[in-house]
Ligand binder design. Structure first.
Ligand SMILES: *Cc1c(COP(=O)(O)O)cnc(C)c1O
Length: 364
């Protein structure tokens, strides 16, 4: 927690709005809108709920196809299947590790030739690193396919000085406990179009028609954020820029301290992209004498938790029947990459301990 959350949560209790409705939700939405180019915001129970609603608002139906980044957490793809639609996975490029524009276009052309024009593109900004937005949006616009930016890990990141999540039809953020800021659990849908956000709020509160009694002409969901969670979120938003600075310091520390090890490289920002460096990730060289599991277990022995990168969706048992367009990049990243401890409460001593442990195995 940043410090002010407890006061806002007490305000929420004091106001007796202990419900998925109340003044803190509106305040949280307004504050988030102020740092999101004035886009409209629907505060929801999770990032996954936001992705689900985005797809519904895009009119995704059974048997539709959605082009989805393969290198991601499963929550990017799961809501596609809630709707009976099919994810078609697109592999990464190696500059940002996000969706490869060339493969995207190849996939679009191939799906269209099969008579299946993709209904949407689910583009992920993984680990806070901006995807190649100019290229991706150029292709999406050329074929007139709407994009949803899954910026769950990328709040505070920008591309050409604009926040991620604001480049496409819909953006989504997550405030789950592991993200750069948290409401304990929560998420938001963001969009330029107020009508669509109003519709999202309507669907998120069981699609209740404007009548004195409960009248429903559509299927709804219980997806609204709780007022108590929103109160925590107001405090967390105040800490966001500090968090981003801290995450970037952690990245810089690792980058400098590990620069002497030739077998280790770090993901770099491209021109005009600014990452929140949600997690610092390292990549072991193809010819590294030590493999990813050896290094991970070496750290674990000293009670340092490092994790493999996300396992690509096209390699997941649950998605093995899905179509995919692959170039081997994300599979290779999965085999050679590791997330280092990146919590903003880490001290210099903590960081030193991780680095020394890594050096130990390479110098042994
Ligand atoms: C966390 C995450 C989500 C889902 O957000 P929740 O709030 O946990 O539902 C979606 N996509 C990515 C890439 C994530 O990291």
């Amino acid at each position: 927690m940043g410090g002010t959350e407890w006061q806002y949560a007490k305000d929420a209790f004091g106001s007796n709005w202990i419900a998925p409705a109340g003044p803190h939700i509106t305040a949280f939405e307004n504050n988030l809108s102020n740092i999101s180019n004035g886009h409209h915001i629907a505060a929801l129970s999770s990032g996954t709920a936001a992705i689900h609603l985005a797809l519904i608002l895009l009119g995704v139906k059974r048997e539709d196809e959605i082009l989805c980044s393969s290198f991601t957490f499963s929550a990017s793809a799961n809501p596609i299947t809630y709707l009976g639609a099919h994810p078609v996975f697109i592999d990464s490029e190696s500059d940002t590790w996000n969706m490869c524009p060339e493969l995207l276009e190849k996939a679009i052309i191939a799906r269209i030739s099969k008579g299946k024009t993709p209904k949407a593109i689910m583009l992920v900004h993984l680990y806070g690193m901006p995807a190649k937005m100019d290229e991706i949006m150029h292709i999406a616009n050329k074929y007139d396919i709407p994009v949803v930016e899954d910026a769950a890990e990328a709040l505070g990141s920008t591309y050409k000085k604009s926040p991620l999540g604001t480049f496409s039809k819909f953006g989504i953020y997550s405030f789950n406990g592991n993200k750069i800021i948290t409401t304990s659990g929560g998420g938001t849908l963001i969009c330029k179009d107020k009508e669509l956000i109003d519709k999202a709020k309507f669907l998120a509160t069981q699609a209740r028609d404007d009548k004195p009694h409960y009248e429903h002409s559509e299927i709804g969901y219980n997806y609204r954020m709780s007022n108590v969670c929103a109160a925590i979120g107001i405090g967390q938003l105040e800490a966001l820029s500090e968090r981003v600075l801290q995450k970037r310091k952690i990245y810089k520390y690792y980058k400098d301290a590990l620069s002497s090890i030739k077998e280790i490289s770090l993901l770099e920002e491209c021109e005009e992209s600014f990452s929140n460096f949600w997690l610092t990730t390292i990549l072991l060289a193809k010819n590294s004498t030590i493999d990813r599991e050896q290094l991970r277990l070496h750290l674990e022995k000293d009670n340092i938790e490092a994790r493999p990168l996300w396992k690509p969706m096209h390699l997941q048992p649950v998605f093995k029947e899905c179509n995919s367009y692959v170039n081997g990049v994300s599979e290779d990243l999965f085999n050679r990459g590791l997330c280092l401890p990146s919590g903003t409460n880490m001290t210099i001593e903590d960081l030193e301990r991780v680095v020394n442990k890594i050096k130990e195995i390479y110098e042994a």
